[in-house]
Design a protein around this ligand. Structure first.
Ligand SMILES: Cc1cc2nc3c(=O)[nH]c(=O)nc-3n(C[C@H](O)[C@H](O)[C@H](O)COP(=O)(O)OP(=O)(O)OC[C@H]3O[C@@H](n4cnc5c(N)ncnc54)[C@H](O)[C@@H]3O)c2cc1C
Length: 302
């Protein structure tokens, strides 16, 4: 294999939550060709970008992981930006700003990659990645072939895309942005950054972004706050005092601490409002029995 490989790769260091065990082997492709080779050769590898929306099991991953952070090439032509899956989204936001292109202002404040952002249909400040999305190239790991998908084929909706239902790995994506005065774009980005300062923990308090999805026509943060979960602790994990839909890893939290806390949060909202919150974070890895039970309880409460 041509690309860099690290054995016993510590996912705790890589994840923004700073939680989780090691992966047996981590591969770091730089090009689409290297990625396709890996996806063809490896048995069911887990694909991760910035690891900013996942909780990793304390057992880690008893297998292979492909980490896309070296797939960071992108190019801009007129109002189109084409980026490999590992490009950090704040970097693309800055590129768009420099080129006087609007549509990526919302991406300035979060630590995801293009692959993770498309997978999650990331959004904020009334913009989402699906707004500017034109097409992408994916590898269909079931049928071992490359596909080009346009926007209609992506099945985008709130925090959803076809990448979550089919075994597709995103290799690159192309976006079409709207020309706008650079100063206006910069001002919006600055405003978005300021907004985030008060509303979400910085990465000096390890976290994985919003824990639960917003239920229809409501906000998970509002419901959780009203249910009184702010400050609730479990082991080294705590519901952030600044916003009730974030869990911060205060001190060496275990994945099971986070899962127990999520169950408590879920139950408080269900008891008060009969609303059943759905996790936004993804749980990956070779789960312990306890983790599996806690996660299944969360998913199968209905
Ligand atoms: C402080 C903070 C603030 C955040 N703010 C926001 C916000 O405002 N809006 C928002 O939407 N999200 C937010 N997030 C969550 C997160 O950053 C985004 O969802 C981001 O897009 C995830 O990208 P990632 O590369 O980190 O994905 P990862 O966490 O690495 O992966 C997430 C999922 O995507 C899959 N995946 C990753 N790459 C690929 C690929 N190439 N092909 C197929 N599947 C892939 C993974 O298997 C996994 O299931 C925030 C997170 C943090 C920590």
């Amino acid at each position: 294999m041509v690309c860099e490989v690290i054995e016993n790769y510590d996912l705790k260091k890589h994840s923004t939550f700073k939680i989780g065990g090691c992966a047996k082997r981590a591969f770091f492709p730089e090009t689409e060709e290297e990625m396709v080779q890996l996806l063809t050769d490896l048995k069911e590898p887990v694909v991760l970008g910035g690891c900013s929306n996942v909780l990793v099991s304390d057992n880690g991953i008893d297998g292979d992981v492909i980490i896309t952070t070296k797939m960071k090439h992108f190019e801009t032509e007129n109002n189109r930006i084409k980026a490999r899956c590992g490009v950090k989204v704040p970097m693309l936001a800055r590129e768009a700003e420099q080129k006087g292109l609007s549509g990526f202002e919302f991406m300035i404040g979060f630590p995801g990659s293009v692959g993770g952002a498309v997978y999650m249909n990331a959004s904020a400040h009334s913009q989402s990645i699906s707004d500017t999305f034109k097409k992408c190239c994916v590898f269909d790991t079931d049928n071992k072939k490359l596909l080009e998908l346009n926007k209609d084929e992506m099945q985008f909706s709130y925090r959803k895309s076809v990448l979550q239902t089919k075994n597709y790995v995103l290799l690159n994506a192309e976006f079409e942005l709207i020309p706008q005065a650079k100063e206006e774009i910069s001002a919006i980005m600055q405003r978005n950054l300021e907004f985030r300062k008060g509303k979400q923990p910085s990465l000096t308090m390890p976290n994985a972004g919003s824990i639960f999805r917003n239920p229809p026509n409501d906000s998970a943060g509002r419901l959780l706050e009203k249910a009184g979960v702010k400050g609730l602790k479990q082991g080294g994990a705590q519901v952030w005092l600044g916003h009730a839909n974030f869990i911060v890893n205060l001190e060496n939290a275990a994945a099971s601490d986070v899962l127990k806390l999520m169950n408590k949060m879920y139950n408080e909202v269900k008891n008060k409002y009969t609303i059943e919150l759905v996790p936004e974070v993804k749980f990956v890895g070779t789960k312990t029995k306890e983790e599996e039970e806690l996660w299944n309880t969360l998913l199968n409460q209905k």
